[in-house]
Structure formats: C-alpha cells, structure tokens
Design a protein around this ligand. Structure first.
Ligand SMILES: Cc1ncc(COP(=O)(O)O)c(C=O)c1O
Length: 378
C-alpha cells in the first residue's frame, strides 16, 4: 500500500507505539496522586511537556495538553469570548480548518460577529484586508500556520506584528506545520497555538494548546489539572506518545523537509511533463514540503481516487472531513477556484515512508488513466 494521506493522519512511529504501550502497562498512575506511583506519572508528564515545548519553540509552562487540535481551537474560541469586556467579534482566515470554522460560525447564533478574512488566488492571507479588519476592535484573530489542503504557509510573522499593533490576541493553528517545519512560538510573538500529535507520528486524541505565559485564558474544561487550564485526568499514554513523536520530529525535521520537498517537487515536475491540463493549487506560494494539491482537467476527484485506490495508492480530496462529501472545498472556494475545478482536486501528502518509487507509481497510474480517457473519447 502506498499511503499519501499524511495530512489526514500519519502512521504512529514504532517508538511511539512502544511508549504508549509501556505507559499503559507500567506507568498508569494518576499524576495528581500523592503516592510514588502518581509522582512517577507526574515526572513523566513534566518530561513530556518539555519535549512538546521544544517542538513548539515555547516554554514548558506554556503547554496545555488537550485531546487534540480541535479541542485546543475550541478553547481558543470560547476563551476569547468569555474574557471580560471583549468586543463580540472574531477574525479568522477564510481557509482555517473546517471544524474550526464551524465552531466559529456557531458563535453567530449567540450574536458574535465572525469575519472571515480573504486569501489571494494562491491561498495566502491578504494582509491589506487583515489590516483593514484590525482597525475595529476584536476579541481574537486566528490564522493557521499551514493549510491542511494546499499546504500553503501563511505569513505568521507579519500577521503577528499587525495583531500586536492592534492589540488583538493572535491564535495560530499550527497542526499541519508541527513536526514538518520549525515552529517558533516565542519568536513569532503569537499568543496561542494549537498542535496535534497524530499529524507527525504520534497517537490520535492528544494535542496541545500553547498559551503565552502571563496570558489569562479561560479553560474550556474547568478543573484542577494543567494548572487550571484544562480539567480531566491527563491522557498519559497519549502524552507519552506525543512526547516521543515530538522528539523524533525535531531530530528528523531538517533532513525530512529537504527529502520530502525534493520528492514533492520531482513529482510535480513529472506530472507537469506527462499530463495535460494539470492545475497545482497554491502554486507560487510557500508551501509545506510534503503537500501537493492538484487537479487534472476532466477527471473528477472521485474517479481519480477510486482508480488510485484500486492500484493500492491512498490519497484524499482535500480535507479529510469533507472527503466523501460532494461539497467542494471551502479552501479552494476562498481562493476563487470554480466549483467544477474544485471537484477535481486531489491531495497527495507525503511522509517519512514515502520514496521515489512510490511517486513514480503515482505518475504511471495518473498517466495511464489520462491516456485511457483520451482513447475512450476518440
Ligand atoms: C489545520 C488543522 N487544524 C485542526 C485539525 C484537527 O486536529 P485533531 O484531529 O487533533 O482534532 C486538523 C486535522 O485535520 C488540521 O489539519
């Protein structure tokens, strides 16, 4: 099987499986317990927090473990609006993760003004529109680091400068960038950041909200754990796996980013040479090194994905949550891509196990499919 859907999820690293299993078997103490067994879990929790902080470019005390990026994003949103005296207005880029946009849009039912900030044709946030939107007070600005569909990177440093100048708290959803390209929470000067372990070899159901030291942000799940910032007994097996994945991601990141970037570029070049009517979404913008989001004129995504899967190649039609549905991607719509072309979009996202042979196979299958279509039409 050739797995090219790493933006949906990644296979857990063997070391992660081992850490999760060890924790379940031998380290199942509750970090809040005062006895030795609990204290051992507490030490493991502190060590894991330091690993995740190192990946985030943050301090350990700034890391709050959550059940994943969805929860972290919801904590950001709910917290923003429950801070005293804030204006009921939030700003999000129009290409945020679908689940996050849904959560924000629900706020409209409670009288919150939710403004979606436009992107250009490449999928990059329009800084002129951002600056105009920041002229009015807002409770929150949220802009993702890297898009899950296109892989397009947003200008986080410029966004942070604009947010700071306007005095609006900035949240960055770094779920797709974490483990693939460096994160610099402190250097970027953002207030809040979301991450998820399963996007870089860790277990599902475990993530983090990174919250700037000194920032008071109400908990979504009140309780005593995580210094009052997230209640509920900590998911220690998940956290142990998250930490190991973070350590491995940091060690391998530079080499993997170069390797996967070269493979992705070679794949893109090969597809351009062999196929007619190829569109590369996000072309010309800085992108994650592992992501290629394309369309082949006249080939629906469903047809392409079906054929690829019959050839034992797994890919996606954009966001995992919208695959299978016939709604065209909101990311492509925001980029001004017509719905008919958006329905042809497929995402190939590479990972550590991807090699040149896998991609040669993809080129071969897509080329064969296009020639068969041409013959059938003749
Ligand atoms: C950009 C982005 N944000 C949030 C999420 C949700 O993450 P989780 O699966 O940890 O809830 C995803 C996962 O698809 C994502 O790609």
């Amino acid at each position: 099987m050739i797995y090219l859907d790493h933006n949906a999820t990644t296979p857990p690293l063997p070391e992660v499986i081992e850490a999760v299993t060890d924790c379940l078997r031998d380290g199942w103490g509750n970090p809040s317990s005062k006895h030795g067994f609990g204290q051992r879990a507490k030490s493991a929790l502190a060590a894991a927090r330091a690993e995740v902080a190192a990946l985030a470019g943050a301090q350990p005390a700034e890391v709050v473990f959550t059940s994943g990026a969805t929860e972290a994003n919801n904590q950001v949103l709910a917290g923003a609006l429950s801070r005293p005296g804030v204006p009921p207005r939030v700003l999000l880029s129009a290409v945020e993760h679908a689940g996050f946009l849904k959560a924000a849009q629900r706020m409209r039912d409670f009288g919150v003004e939710v403004e979606l900030l436009p992107v250009d044709g490449r999928g990059v946030l329009r800084l002129d529109a951002l600056r105009a939107a920041l002229e009015r007070p807002a409770a929150l600005l949220s802009v993702m680091a890297a898009n899950n569909e296109t892989g397009v990177l947003q200008p986080v440093v410029e966004v942070a400068a604009a947010a700071r100048a306007a005095g609006v708290p900035l949240h960055v959803d770094a779920t797709q960038q974490a483990g693939r390209l460096p994160l610099d929470f402190a250097g970027w000067g953002v207030d809040l950041m979301s991450m998820s372990a399963h996007k870089f070899g860790g277990p599902k159901g475990c993530g983090a909200l990174v919250a700037r030291k000194g920032l008071s942000w109400p908990a979504l799940l009140p309780g005593q754990q995580e210094r009052g910032r997230r209640g509920g007994t900590e998911n220690m097996p998940g956290i142990a796996g998250f930490a190991v994945a973070a350590r491995h991601a940091r060690a391998a990141m530079q080499a993997e980013a170069l390797r996967q970037g070269a493979l992705r570029d070679a794949l893109e070049d090969a597809l351009r040479e062999t196929l007619t009517g190829l569109t590369v979404f996000g072309e010309g913008a800085p992108r994650l090194p592992n992501t290629l989001f394309i369309a082949i004129a006249g080939q629906s995504a469903d047809r392409l994905l079906g054929r690829l899967e019959r050839e034992r190649i797994l890919a996606a039609s954009g966001a995992a949550c919208s695959s299978g549905g016939s709604e065209p991607s909101h990311v492509l719509a925001a980029m001004g891509v017509p719905p008919a072309l958006a329905r042809e979009a497929i995402r190939l996202s590479l990972g550590r196990d991807t090699d040149g042979e896998h991609l040669a196979r993809v080129v071969h299958v897509l080329r064969s499919l296009q020639s068969e279509t041409a013959v059938a039409a003749a």
